[in-house]
Design a protein around this ligand. Structure first.
Ligand code: CTP
Length: 471
């Protein structure tokens, strides 16, 4: 059936008018130069999925009352455009030129040019009408991989090849924005059927070998869209992992840091999403956690720890100082044998404090568990635990037995907040000479308070009179 009018209507109806205008301007500029312009990638996928849901809803309206409000416009933050310059070498920089032409029409947008990839981006930051918008404009290209998992090298090519280098069929769809055939859907690889059948499918068998981070992307899209990973694609994933592709790519490839950066970005994306738990389970069932370390397995114990972490994060997330996705990642890494932790954290380019926390975790863990396993006074507990950062304590707690965990919880929720009933000022008023001994007196007083000997001001003064008589 003819999708052309459907797609144009979808675009016009679902985009805010200013965004629709922007696409029209871009198309005019491309047409003027004899180029074709396409909308590609996530925007097309999301438009078609939205369109499908709407037509389903419309079908149901026969029995249901009409919806009270029209559907909200699709909120797109990322727009990917591809210019096809017909292989003329002079048109290699078409994407960049188009972006520059658009910037003269929209001077408020920021222009970023990435020369080596012949792409440019126009950025609107919190614009009144467009919000925060990122428009990538690329020149149609094919990615030529000189060796597995390398960064793409670029050569001018046609739209079909440009789409062929992409990860999944549902992301390899394009809508033509320039005439003739404006609104035509380019679907060379069966993306529309896969949207219909709700499946994630790669375009060729080597996809995961070329770029192992696509394994994580497959999981992310599957969980986020509620799609299945198509069986053959799953086979390719399992094959790539079993062949140790990720480690091989790191060893053979001088661009290992870039690969790690992309893996970290995918991990962040997944671990901060609302669907992180299902995604993690799917990654584990595909054995994809082995990309982090060959020994990493999501066993029952690790699963329990990561669920526990959620409770601790909810309780102790004051001031948003805890970065949830990173803590989740730290729990995964902390599950590895002690000697691997630092290295894995370093490879993933985690922040220095995180690397160090993981390097020293085993030592801290042993110290805390050994100390708390004996019968201790509250004041002793506080003295020990206050040496550690909240994040370290959380990691120790979730790896420990219930008794230790409860003690750390009690420390964080109650003991750490208890204060000495008297302050330095009070000591001064009571006639103590200001000086170094203040800290010592107040520490003792706090310990007595924690251990229950002192419960109020009166007790405190009696305690001082007995232990530290004013000279
Ligand atoms: N892409 C790819 N392989 C990757 C990363 C990206 O083929 N490892 C391609 C996909 O075709 C994708 C496009 O680049 O559609 C843009 O990537 P990205 O912005 O990460 O994904 P979107 O599909 O736009 O998804 P999202 O909605 O999550 O932004």
């Amino acid at each position: 059936y003819n999708l052309q009018p459907l797609l144009l209507n979808l675009l016009r109806d679902r985009l805010v008018p200013e965004l629709w205008n922007l696409l029209s301007r871009a198309s005019e500029q491309a047409e003027k130069r004899g180029w074709h312009l396409y909308l590609v990638g996530g925007a097309v996928r999301d438009l078609l999925i939205a369109g499908k849901q709407e037509s389903r809803a419309a079908g149901k309206q026969l029995t249901l009352p009409p919806p009270p409000l029209p559907p909200p416009p699709l909120y797109l933050q990322d727009i990917d455009l591809v210019v096809d310059g017909f292989h003329r070498s002079a048109d290699v920089g078409a994407g960049v030129e188009l972006a520059k032409a658009l910037q003269t029409i929209y001077p408020e947008a920021r222009l970023d040019v990435h020369g080596s990839f012949q792409t440019a981006a126009l950025l609107w930051h919190k614009d009144e009408v467009l919000g925060s918008l990122w428009v990538d404009i690329a020149t149609a290209r094919t990615e030529f991989y000189p060796y597995p998992a390398a960064n793409p090298e670029v050569e001018a090519s046609s739209i079909r090849q440009d789409l062929y280098r992409r990860d999944f069929t549902i992301n390899a769809l394009a809508v033509r924005l320039t005439p003739p055939h404006t609104g035509e859907l380019l679907d060379f690889f069966g993306g529309l059927i896969d949207i219909e059948q709700q499946q994630i499918r790669v375009l060729h068998a080597n996809s995961f070998i070329e770029d192992p981070t696509r394994i994580y992307r497959a999981v992310r899209f599957a969980v986020r869209l509620g799609f299945e990973i198509e069986p053959q694609t799953e086979g390719y994933i399992r094959y790539a992992i079993a062949s140790g592709i990720y480690d091989r790519s790191l060893l053979e490839n001088s661009k290992a840091p870039a690969l790690q950066t992309r893996l970290k970005a995918e991990l962040k994306y997944i671990l901060q999403a609302t669907y992180w738990a299902s995604a993690l389970q799917l990654l584990a069932s595909l054995e994809a956690l082995k990309c982090l370390h060959p020994t990493l397995e999501l066993n029952e114990q690790l699963w329990k720890q990561i669920r526990l972490l959620d409770r601790w994060l909810r309780r102790f997330d004051q001031g948003k100082s805890l970065v949830h996705w990173q803590m989740r990642l730290e729990v995964l890494i902390a599950h590895l044998a002690e000697e691997y932790r630092g290295k894995v954290a370093e490879n993933l380019q985690l922040p220095m404090d995180s690397i160090q926390r993981l390097q020293h975790l085993a030592h801290a863990h042993n110290q805390v568990v050994e100390f708390l396993s004996a019968n201790r006074l509250k004041s002793e507990i506080v003295q020990l635990l206050r040496q550690y950062e909240l994040r370290t304590l959380i990691l120790i707690a979730i790896q420990s037995k219930r008794f230790i965990r409860r003690t750390i919880w009690e420390y964080l929720t109650i003991l750490a907040n208890i204060q000495s009933p008297l302050s330095g000022n009070d000591l001064k008023q009571l006639g103590y000479q200001p000086g170094k001994q203040y800290k010592q007196i107040l520490d003792k007083l706090l310990a007595a308070t924690l251990d229950g000997y002192v419960t109020n001001n009166f007790d405190a003064q009696a305690f001082l009179a007995e232990r530290f008589p004013v000279k």
